[in-house]
Write a protein that binds this ligand. Structure first.
Ligand code: GAR
Length: 204
């Protein structure tokens, strides 16, 4: 298995997938996107992947499976068949089942639009605004069985302005996501990391 082969799972707009593919094409991110999976037929991420000639682009429909574990098992089969070392979640809005997380322990990466451990969950940008924080940002982290609770790989901070709404704050956060995610994936395959407790230490 190539240690650079990644599968991307995405449910929506796919801007993070796009910047990863752009960084790969520009020679700035030495990963190899072998597979893109979406749970949503209408996800723009699917079109972005097809336009970039990703070898396998799959829409897997949750309704075709009896439960979450069965759906996740189908995704896992596709990931293993494509020989992917890493699973990169890019706006993937389904909670992963425990068997899936265990199968790919410390090989699943997510980006979250808040400075974890503040504001986990599906409404992070709104929750941060409602709380009234003065800074927010994004977190790239490993996925474990706690929602948005895995070891942190990288974070970037943005200011929250008095007149921000969800859209304006999310746009500012996404500008940082688009730099942080490809850079972190590059570091991951070029340097690697180890652990000190739950703390991630980047190899030098
Ligand atoms: C990103 O902002 C990402 O942080 C967020 O969804 C957006 C996807 O954007 N992820 C989550 O909220 C996961 N809990 P994209 O589809 O344009 O990459």
């Amino acid at each position: 298995m190539s240690l650079k082969a990644i599968a991307v799972m995405a449910s929506g707009r796919g801007s993070n997938l796009r910047v990863i593919l752009d960084a790969v094409a520009a020679g700035n991110c030495p990963v190899d996107v072998q597979l893109v999976i979406s749970d949503k037929a209408e996800a723009q991420a699917l079109d972005i992947a097809r336009a970039a000639n990703v070898p396998q682009v799959l829409h897997i429909t949750p309704k075709d499976y009896t439960d979450r574990a069965a759906f996740d098992a189908a995704c896992a089969e596709a990931i293993d068949a494509a020989d992917c070392q890493w699973i990169v979640l890019a706006g993937y809005m389904r909670i992963l089942s425990s068997p899936f997380v265990r199968r790919f322990r410390q090989r699943i990466i997510n980006i979250h639009p808040a400075i974890l451990p503040a504001f986990p969950g599906a409404h992070a940008v709104d929750d941060a605004l409602t709380y009234g924080v003065k800074v927010s940002g994004c977190t790239v982290h490993l996925v474990d069985e706690v929602l948005d609770g895995g070891p942190i790989l990288a974070q970037a901070v943005v200011p929250v302005l008095d007149d921000d709404n969800c859209e304006s704050l999310h746009a500012r956060i996404q500008a940082e996501e688009h730099k942080l995610y490809p850079a972190t994936l590059a570091r991951m395959v070029e340097l690697g990391f180890h652990f000190d407790g739950r703390k991630v230490i980047w190899n030098t």
